[in-house]
Design a protein around this ligand. Sequence first.
Ligand SMILES: [Zn+2]
Length: 333
Amino acid sequence: MVKISAFPLFLLITFGSLQARITASEPEWGFWAHKRINRLAVYRLPPEMQFFYKKNIDFISENAVNPDRRRYAVLGEAERHFIDLDVYGESALDSLPLYWNQAREKIGEDSLRKHGIVPWYVQTAVFQLTEALREKNPAKILRISADLGHYIADANVPLHTTRNYNGQLTGQEGIHAFWESRIPEKYADDYEMWMGAANYLDSPARAIWGAVAQAHAACDSVLQIEKELSQDFKADRKFTYMERNKVMVRTYSDEFTAKYNQALDGQVERQMKASVQLVSDMWYTCWVNAGQPDLRPLANFKFSEAEKTKEAADQQTWLQRLLRIRPEADDGN
Ligand SMILES: [Zn+2]
């Protein structure tokens, strides 16, 4: 967990060199929320799946953040986490093709990748997970389930569906991490996250686009409420400073956070719940479409020492790259 320490503004003004390292950005959904979403999704699975997933719940949860760790180190990773719907105009949700091949034909791959591909990439990961389940390949099932959970959760975040993803176009820099890290880290213990068994999805493509549409519809209030509330707050009451990996990060004050969360009227909780729901529905749907393989014989699976060593080395490389580019990033521990 991140240690939050208050840092008076007047001290910062005297620390010229330190000020240069102040940033208003952090990684998205927050590592904490991603881990929590994958973990909770396991509990909605039917017993035939749950035995295997529960045995590996720590892996599924800890590795929920791998896609974010990879995003500065692996080519093609960054665009899997978002879609800038507004670049496609008002009727983007009606005009954008449901499936990747049609989208590629209509818009062209370079342009698609530039503006984010999350609803299409989720479908690719769904296909991969279905195959892994069909093969009963435990390592693949676990890795792809963890990744898929991440992309689905990102698709449920309003600011992952707009090019104004960090309020940078409207003078609201820092709102991204505020909404998806600060608020859930502060309030999620009180969220009511029980929602019954996973449901089968007739069309994973329509389901992920539905999630993107719902997230996008929430964008206006995410930005608007922050703007309205800011009129009642002077900067020294609105912001505070906290240390993340020895870098001072500007963040919203407790008072502002409480007021904003109240004005959002449960929006973060609703989106987090929608994430858990869709993650487990997708995992379940892949399993049904793979012919409902019996996963109980896989329950004693363990990664080999060689795989563990490679995994640790990969994670180290991703992390070093991430911290070079975003020194304030949470290292996930
Ligand atoms: Zn992400």
